[in-house]
Design a binder for this molecule. Sequence first.
Ligand code: NAD
Length: 441
Amino acid sequence: MGLAMSVIGTGYLGAVHAACMALEGHDVVGVDTDEARAVALARGEAPFYEPGLDEALVAARGTGRLRFTSDIRAAGDCTVHFLCVGTPQSRDGLAADTTYLMAAAHALAPHVRGDALVVGKSTVPVGTSGAVELAMSGERGGGVRVAWNPEFLREGFAIRDTLHPDRLVYGVDAASASADVAVLDEVYAGQVGRGVQRLVVDRTTAELVKVAANSFLATKISFINAMAQVCEAAGGDVVALADAIGMDPRIGRSFLNAGLGFGGGCLPKDIRAFLARAEELGVGEALDFLRAVDRVNLGRRTRVVELATSVCGGSLEGARVAVLGAAFKPDSDDIRDSPALDVAQRLHRLGASVTIHDPKATHRAKAVAPELNYSDSALGACTDADVVLHLTEWPEYRALDPADLARVVRAAVVVDGRNVLDAARWRAAGWTCLSLGRPAA
Ligand code: NAD
């Protein structure tokens, strides 16, 4: 018998979590203040691109165990409530904006049964679980149990990561630890049964695990991008360097791909929020390195703008630039803090006529960057271009035939912002290939 559960906030995280929980046998209601989103999800349509999500929604709906609504009262009968709303960067600083989360907690509180468990999954500043508990208990006029269970899914692999996570982290309050762990074990009976490790920690540690993990990943990416900068100055090859250091198992090769750097709705805002929270806690200095991580990351975008400018003779006025990719990473249509889109917009501001292609993210990019041109094919985007920028690592860009593209461009120059194109193949087709952290020829 599954549990009756609500998932509050059905974005990239919540929609996937709700569908997967229903597929695991639970009775799930997804609640979102965005009514159009709830209606689309109720029809079995993912409101964003995530491989396998449409199919998962349809399959879960077929079981009769998955509903979506914008009415929070529908959560009333549940025994577990997952908080999955957004925690974006504040408008006026580095800190996370937890107002959506607190609003969700306040809205949910009057409907929470006395024996229910509230489980936070959003990424939050350390200490937030206590604030949520206090706010909900105050609103309800009685105790509310709150646990924190951070989520590590990757967009593009979200279904797989939810059903087969690397680990589960249960952050529980000492006073109700055994009851909370028992509920979470029931929630994740499928995953635990498939051998997934679960770690039981206090709530503070659970909140920190998530931001520490993202800080580590961001640091690894910026480390190799810093090496790319050194390679550019000294004439080395950062890809060969990454291969060589990555063979040391203490270092590892993953997340050592030099290029345009990270973006999206998580890493950039999470490292900034962590910095802001550490300042509040009086240990800002300990995380000073994250400022450098952020700076190196953003510096790669400037480097691509500079490369494009120099290819176009020192000025972008009147230049035509093709940009391959708008999403912050492949297999997603997420354009939040997308490095590709940022570079495209900067080039436009410098006078270039920019045409973008992306297999999935065009409609989202158009909504925030209507000043750019869009093409529904890579070939179309490259037509008459003075320079082609490869900025999001979609597999189909690797499969492009450089000879076909060479026939339509004005100048056969490509900047590989992800270091994955087969440079020898492109050069053989007459292209000049420029990369980040690698020699030009
Ligand atoms: P998102 O913006 O895609 O989704 C947030 C959803 O919450 C939206 O649909 C919004 O309408 C809804 N919402 C806002 N206020 C609400 C309220 N009061 N009640 C109900 N719904 C409300 O964000 P996301 O990417 O899904 O991220 C959610 C959280 O999960 C963030 O804290 C993020 O850092 C974390 N997270 C995200 C990922 C990821 O890959 N996207 C991975 C791990 C953790």
